[in-house]
Ligand binder design. Structure first.
Ligand SMILES: [Fe+2]
Length: 403
């Protein structure tokens, strides 16, 4: 009965999604594209700009040429640089206040997923100051235009520069607030490989595996369209061809641009076709133990793919082919296992741990409840897990089965 209700919800949600406005951002791709952006702002009649970022990006000097360009063009700007990882709601509210105080025409978010998501949520707070952000958890709850948003990713992973999702943290209730609304799709996305040149290896690995998780969870789910399948497959191909190379040597412009594209494509796949239990569990773990999102996904991904079993063999075998690792004499089950083993090998190569031993016994039920309420009935997962199944899954993630 539970499975039937869950699938019924998804059967209604799937056609309803076709009625939404899935406009993609205006995509600006190329080396040094960010530096040239002030010209585009003038073309868009933007004369007052709020820049949202974190202290690390500001100190790195990545903004310097752009700021010089703004000053040359007499564009008034303020920089908000206090975004933190897993951004709490109060930071989003501070950004909204800064935006309204400046009477800005647009917001420009430059940073990793936390910065982009904080700016998206801040856009909601700017137009709905009376509404607590945590009350807007869910799908299509904003229903109103948010401020013009330019998203400039400095990591290749979240895909947030092209998606309808903003994930922020409700620290009071140890919960992630996930808001999904097509009004949150940025107006412009800038993919400039110059901005990812100095990333440390851990910031190539975690976000890169986050992008892979987006592509895989979207592709094995039940809400794919022709477009989301194409985007997911292309993302897997680009990640297989480029991630480890960029991890080893971040100096190759082409590899970094390919990873930015992969991240964007994976974002386009999952924001229409959704993610699944890997993300639901990862969000719960991040909220409890403040763990990094991409790396946590990477640890969980092979475990959940094996738990899905036969239900995903055919699709994983197809992705194995896209990744260039499938063997022609293998069955789908064998190629699916090869794909899962390859994920484990990539994790090991990039020093991503195979388990998360921090998980405490006392938290298991609550973690499972959080993951279940995020995923069911919302995510069109290939196989429905109930709370008990998720407790077992969290135990495996902790490494219990390896004892
Ligand atoms: Fe993610």
């Amino acid at each position: 009965m539970y499975n039937l209700l869950t699938r019924s919800f998804q059967a209604v949600a799937r056609p309803a999604a076709y009625a939404l406005d899935w406009d993609e951002p205006n995509l600006l791709i190329g080396k040094d594209r960010f530096k040239k952006l002030p010209n585009d702002l003038i073309d868009q009649n933007i004369s007052r700009l709020l820049i949202v970022t974190d202290e690390g990006i500001r100190d790195s000097g990545l903004l310097d040429d752009f700021i010089e360009g703004l000053e040359d063009k007499n564009i008034v700007y303020t920089i908000y640089d206090q975004v933190k990882p897993n951004p709490p709601i109060d930071i989003c509210e501070e950004i909204a206040i800064a935006f309204n105080h400046l009477h800005a025409d647009a917001m420009l978010a430059i940073g990793g997923g936390s910065v982009l998501d904080a700016a998206k949520a801040a856009g909601i707070a700017a137009i709905k100051p009376e509404k607590p952000l945590e009350s807007l958890t869910g799908l299509m709850t904003v229903r109103k235009d948010t401020p013009f948003l330019i998203a400039v990713p400095t990591t290749a992973g979240t895909g947030s520069e092209g998606t309808l999702a903003a994930v922020v943290s409700d620290n009071k209730n140890r919960k992630k607030v996930t808001i999904m609304d097509t009004h949150l799709i940025p107006d412009v996305a800038v993919l400039d490989a110059e901005l990812t040149k100095t990333l440390p290896q851990s910031m190539v690995a975690g976000p890169g595996m986050d992008a892979l998780t987006h592509a895989v969870e979207a592709f094995i789910g039940k809400s794919n369209t022709k477009h989301t399948k194409k985007y997911a497959k292309e993302a897997v191909k680009l990640i297989a061809e480029n991630l480890l190379e960029v991890y080893d040597n971040n100096k190759k412009d082409e590899g970094r641009e390919n990873m930015l594209k992969a991240s964007y494509y994976a974002g386009q796949a999952f924001h229409r076709a959704y993610v699944g239990y890997v993300h639901a569990m990862s969000h719960a773990l991040s909220a409890f133990y403040d763990l990094p999102h991409g790396q946590t996904n990477a640890t969980i991904l092979p475990i959940i793919l094996r738990l899905y079993g036969e239900a995903v063999h055919e699709k994983l075998a197809e992705l194995a082919e896209d990744a260039g690792i499938a063997k022609t004499d293998h069955s789908d089950a064998e190629n699916a296992e090869l794909f899962i083993e390859t994920i484990e090998e990539w994790n090991a190569y990039m020093d991503i741990p195979p388990t998360i031993p921090e998980i405490e016994d006392a938290d298991l039920e609550e973690l499972a409840a959080h993951a279940e309420s995020e995923a069911n009935p919302f995510y069109p997962v290939p196989m429905i897990f109930k709370q008990d199944d998720l407790v077992e899954a969290f135990k495996q993630v902790r490494g219990d089965s390896n004892e």
